[in-house]
Every structure is written in C-alpha cells, then in structure tokens.
Write a protein that binds this ligand. Sequence first.
Ligand SMILES: NC(=O)c1ccc[n+]([C@@H]2O[C@H](COP(=O)([O-])OP(=O)(O)OC[C@H]3O[C@@H](n4cnc5c(N)ncnc54)[C@H](O)[C@@H]3O)[C@@H](O)[C@H]2O)c1
Length: 261
Amino acid sequence: MAFTHEQFRLDGKVAVVTGAGGRGNSIGRAYALGLAAAGASVVVADINADGAAAVADEINGGGWRAIGVRVDIADPVSVREMATAALAAYGGVDILVNNAGLMAELKSERAVDIALDDWNRVMTVNVTGALNCAQAIVPLMRVRGGGKIVNQVSGGAFPAISVYGISKLALVGLTTTLARQLGRENINVNAIAPGNTTSDAGRQLTPDDSPFIKFLEASVAMRVRGAPEELVGALLLLCSDAGAWITGQVIHVDGGWVLRP
Ligand SMILES: NC(=O)c1ccc[n+]([C@@H]2O[C@H](COP(=O)([O-])OP(=O)(O)OC[C@H]3O[C@@H](n4cnc5c(N)ncnc54)[C@H](O)[C@@H]3O)[C@@H](O)[C@H]2O)c1
C-alpha cells in the first residue's frame, strides 16, 4: 500500500483529550485544536468545566466539532460519565489522549521528605487517572475495532528527577504494559515526552531565569523551549493511520534534551 498524506487525517474519528480546558495557553488546548483540524470530533475534558467549554467553543468557532465536558480523572465515576458523554455526542471513541496531570501546582518536595498525602495525590492524578480513562474508554474502542491511546509523560522522567518525574515514569510503564496487552486488539498505546514547553503552566514553573532553564541550556541540542503547537505533529502521527505500526514507544519532542545513550 502506497503512503499518502491522507493517512494523517482523522475524519470520522472521535478523540477524547483530558486536561484540554486549562486557562490560557496549554498543551491540551493545542492537542484538541490539532486533532479537530485533522478532522476528528473532540471531547475537551477537564476538571475546569469553564475552560473545557471555552476550548470547545473555540474549536466549533473554527468550523470543527467539539464538546466540553467536566471530568475529574482521579474519580472513576466521573471518568465513566465522561465516556458516556462522548458516546452520547459522537457515538463512540477512537482516540484517548491522557494529557491531564499535576505539574506546576506541585510543591517541589524531595521524595525522602514528601508527605504521604502529597505523594498519593500526584500518583492518583498522574498515573491512576490515565488508568481510569483507559478502563472507561478501551471498551468503546473495542466496539470500533481498535483505537489509539497517547499518554503525556515528560522529559523529567528520564531520569526521574522529582516525584513528578516518578509519576511520569510510572505512566511510561502503563504505556508499555497497555501496548503489549492491547496490541492484538488493534489498539496502539504510546507516549509523548515533551521538553520544557511554553504553556502558561510551563512558564510559571520554570521562568527564563530559573536554575532549571540554565541547566537545560547547557545540555539541550537545539532550542530549550518549545511551543505547545510543536508537540502536535507527533500526536497526529500517533493518533492516525500514519502511525499504525507504532506502539509501546515514547516519542521525545524536546529539541534533543533526552538523547539515546
Ligand atoms: N509544560 C511543560 O513544560 C510540560 C513538559 C512535559 C510534560 N508536560 C505535561 O503536559 C500536560 C499538560 O501540561 P500543561 O503545561 O499544558 O499544563 P496545564 O496545567 O495547563 O494542563 C494540565 C491540565 O490538567 C487539568 N487537570 C488537573 N487535574 C485534573 C483532574 N484531576 N482531572 C481532569 N483534569 C485535570 C488542569 O485543569 C489543566 O487544564 C501535563 O500532563 C504535564 O505534566 C508539560
């Protein structure tokens, strides 16, 4: 079969993007807009209901299709309601992007000192949240004969330099396990590991003069920071027929921060 650019199109597909209703410039918003522009109907899901509605309005205003849904990915009941809303609006789900996560709001506690409640909160949202979404959405993918799951991890997991990094490394583990267990059902499961990205949250966490940016400047091959939109190409590859034979992988989109040994 010859390759055509049409293989990147998502016409007729339904995509759920969690964490897509952040205020201002967020990676989830860029993902939702990118998937919609490629032809997908998008469920913009976020714990911030107003933000989800605003991004859905933006997509519909561009002539594409979206609904906004409030979800708390840490709560399996709320996640099942999100799946039901997707089913009611668009009749099924083909693509799940587990982008929601705690990052900028986390205290930078050392693992040896962190309060157990804080540890559990990070793991419950960043790891169990993605599992909850997969458990609710995979049955809908099976009905459609397959699907795509993309988990949002981080360069900060290679190696894990914080409790946040540990949670993202656990999400890599969920990615490879799901990839092995769901591959024969035609469900691809991959991860994107962004570098330092200029979402509002990313800028808040690491201002230009922060030590972490100085650290990156000493080691990253290209630009230290990328825009949310620069992650969308990798997402479309992983969510479309163009990436049909890719599963269990982590795609680093980071200007050459995390390099293979
Ligand atoms: N910005 C960066 O530099 C960077 C780098 C690597 C990875 N990431 C990851 O990319 C993703 C998006 O980051 P961002 O920079 O756009 O930050 P962001 O804070 O704007 O996005 C996170 C979103 O998740 C939502 N959310 C939080 N808890 C939730 C819950 N329980 N249920 C549903 N939604 C919830 C928030 O409301 C927010 O909209 C995160 O997973 C983050 O860890 C970001």
